[in-house]
Design a protein around this ligand. Structure first.
Ligand SMILES: *Cc1c(COP(=O)(O)O)cnc(C)c1O
Length: 394
């Protein structure tokens, strides 16, 4: 179907942060397939684990125990706020399940009238009917009505608007700790702390979408840890499978305990192959010093980007995000699509995001030397853009 605007690039091989096209060109991948190939391309441990698991057993269904899923769930519980995990196949599916879990919690507590979600402008939660409603972007909703009921959108970061919007139908506040698609916009840590407090005050749930920000992307395993808070329920996907499709809902016991047999399910979700991949990614990300290194390389990249923006004010005006989810804010005269294309000319892959931001989300395994290489290529791309701006108008 004509769903995508694809670039005319086809890759046949990858290694770490590098990709090679079928015609032999080499690219530095600072997009990671949209923040997904968290441990880089062809990571030996991930490849070996998937190969070995595929040769053993790939899929059995959730009619049976899945030891790989039990192990992955136990490890995710061990390294998060959660007591329980449900596995699925994508970010949208994780959010659908998370929203079902929220509604079930209130229904089982005698409050089926609490079904509404407070979401935020600039959010992205997926492309299914309900996650589209949670996303709320009129461009994405056009033609797919009627919009699923129960979603309101508030200005991102505005605590007064949140307090005003809470009523007897509110079930949860749903937010990305850093808006990814919306333009790499981090929520103020104070705002996240106040959301936690207001949820406790009114007996509503805090539902975090960490599909893009989780699994070390921000420099901590989960981005909400920077705020020192815990959600009641959280979705994860993208980076947790390292490129193999895997999603997860993580929840506190008070939420999870209501999803009894018959309430939710999936055929593929949490199969032996996907969970083996998830365990292999965790082996890498939880290795001693790994996240410290992400934080160190991220700070190095940030300093470089800030310098780049300062040197190229006719192209870029600032840097935002957290860890290795970084947005280069472009000036209005330079579109992120043009800048992305200029970076491709320099052999650097990036991803556009909302608010005219160029998003950098390299694999978490990059070195400082690779960050420097990306900065050099981005600088040349910025100069390319600046030169076209100075060219006389045709
Ligand atoms: C990508 C993304 C999703 C949707 O994930 P899919 O796997 O594409 O369904 C949901 N929420 C956030 C924050 C995302 O970045």
């Amino acid at each position: 179907m004509p769903t995508y605007n694809r670039a005319d690039l086809a890759f046949e091989r990858g290694e770490g942060a590098w990709l090679w096209t079928t015609d032999g060109r080499r690219f530095l991948d600072f997009g990671s397939g949209i923040a997904t190939t968290s441990v880089g391309h062809a990571h030996p441990h991930l490849v070996k684990t998937i190969q070995e698991q595929a040769a053993q057993v790939m899929h059995v269904s959730n009619l049976y125990r899945v030891p790989q899923a039990e192990r992955l769930a136990a490890r995710l519980v061990e390294s998060s706020f959660a007591d329980s995990v449900f596995f699925c196949n994508s970010g949208a599916e994780a959010n659908e399940g998370m929203m079902k879990a929220v509604r079930k919690y209130h229904a089982e507590n005698g409050h089926p009238e609490k079904f509404g979600f407070l979401c935020f402008e600039g959010a992205f939660h997926g492309r299914t009917l309900a996650t589209l409603a949670a996303t709320g972007n009129p461009k994405y909703l056009a033609g797919f009505g009627p919009v699923v009921e129960g979603y309101r959108h508030l200005p991102f970061g505005n605590m007064n608007a949140v307090r005003d919007a809470i009523d007897g139908s509110t079930a949860a506040i749903m937010i990305e700790p850093i808006q990814g698609e919306g333009g790499v916009r981090p929520a103020d840590l104070r705002f996240l702390q106040e959301l936690r407090a207001v949820c406790d005050e009114y007996g509503i749930l805090l539902a975090l979408d960490e599909v893009q920000t989780g699994m070390g992307r921000s420099g901590k395993l989960w981005a909400h840890q920077w705020a020192g808070i815990e959600p009641d329920v959280m979705s994860s996907a993208k980076g947790i499978g390292g490129g193999f499709p895997l999603g997860a809902i993580l929840a506190k016991e008070k939420v999870a305990k209501h999803l009894v047999p018959g309430t939710h399910g999936t055929t593929y979700g949490g199969n032996p192959l996907a969970c083996a991949a998830g365990n292999a990614v965790l082996d890498v990300v939880l290795a001693p010093g790994f996240l410290d290194n992400v934080d160190r390389v991220a700070r190095h990249l940030w300093r470089g980007l800030q310098d780049l923006a300062a040197r190229n004010p006719e192209v870029a005006s600032g840097v935002r995000g957290a860890g290795l989810l970084v947005g280069l804010q472009l000036v209005p005269a330079v579109s992120n699509a043009e800048m992305q294309a200029a970076a491709v000319e320099e052999g650097l892959l990036t991803v556009a995001a909302g608010q005219n931001v160029l998003r950098l989300a390299p694999p978490l395994i990059i070195t400082e030397a690779e960050a420097d290489e990306a900065l050099a290529r981005l600088e040349r791309a910025a100069q390319r853009m600046a030169a076209t701006l100075k060219a006389p108008a045709k």
